[in-house]
Ligand binder design. Sequence first.
Ligand SMILES: Nc1ncnc2c1ncn2[C@@H]1O[C@H](COP(=O)(O)OP(=O)(O)O)[C@@H](O)[C@H]1O
Ligand SMILES: [Mg+2]
Length: 372
Amino acid sequence: MNKAEHYLGIMICETRGKLPFPEQSFFRKLCLIGRRYGLFVYVFSPLWLRAEGIVSGYTYTKQGWTHRMFPLPSIIYDRCSYSSWEQYAKVREALERMMKRRNILFLGNGLKGKWSVYRMLIKDAAILPYVPETVEYEGSQQLRSWLDDHDGEAFLKPHSGSHGKNTLYVRLDEENGKMHVHGRDQANRLIRKTFREAAAGFGWIRRFIGSRKFIVQTYLRLNNRNGEPFDIRALVQKGENGLWQLTGMAVRKGKTGTLTSNLHGGGQAAKVSPFLEQEFGKEKGEAIIEQIRQLSARIPEILESGHGRLVELGIDFGVDWQGRLWILEVNSKPGRTVFLRIGDTESSAESVENPIRYARYLVLRQLRRVNS
Ligand SMILES: Nc1ncnc2c1ncn2[C@@H]1O[C@H](COP(=O)(O)OP(=O)(O)O)[C@@H](O)[C@H]1O
Ligand SMILES: [Mg+2]
């Protein structure tokens, strides 16, 4: 492969700081590994495009991070996390301008959010039994009738949320008409409210949601013996041959009495096998892991057929108190710090190297097409 020709651009949404992008340690590794695979890696935002058809960006060298101009990338790894619809529209518009100038390959396209993922997943008979019942939030009346049909409980979360932010557990107490709301706000702070009148609770939820798109889901009891909520994150990725593989998995558990297990909400990581064995015994623990493996092989295929090319997925699995497995969400821009937290250095290294291997696979495949 001709080294000079293949620029892999890591697309980011600008953040504040000396270096205006997140995940610096991950991107540093991508820059270094890229070179071994004949790819020149740099970090950029489409908003940094210059009229001359070049883009400013950052790359990591022996001298550290350097800021300079680059030719447009031939391949893009999208790690943009949009904080608003306005930002999304602005970045996409700039990206369109870039794509008019150059034929750009994408490692994968970001998924559109929880509701669209839900609709794709339930089409598959093998996956359906593992998906909690879900509807789009439409207002207080609908939520009230949901609560009537579901023992007075519901779990609400934003269509395009992350890190456990803006999640709500709602319980309507039939006997005294009180409503309890537990959850996390926009800044991931704990929410704990009781409304003597349900109507006040419904009103508060309506204002909390505002104009955002939310989903209402069956509330699952995902706590372990110590009352800590936990989930299992599985990372599936494409590698050097373009095939999906399970890179690794890890447990994340939140504090006792809280609602979410995300690391960003103060959660801790643990190894899956010993954790499940302690909770459910050896046999049941192994059976759960096997189910996770099978679903992790199936889910990428189903989502790609409904959505288009994907490069990697972080799948959040819940295990309820009866040992039943549930698919909580699927993330197309997953983090990978969890493997280092549990000391799984092999999965950690693989998780970083795989996007580069897949990028090289795509570039080589394209070259073969052009030359044949
Ligand atoms: N239906 C549910 N019932 C109970 N807890 C849930 C449910 N869905 C999610 N959770 C908890 O909330 C956390 C965040 O939910 P998730 O769907 O992964 O959204 P995100 O991580 O994008 O905020 C999960 O890790 C889990 O701890
Ligand atoms: Mg999640």
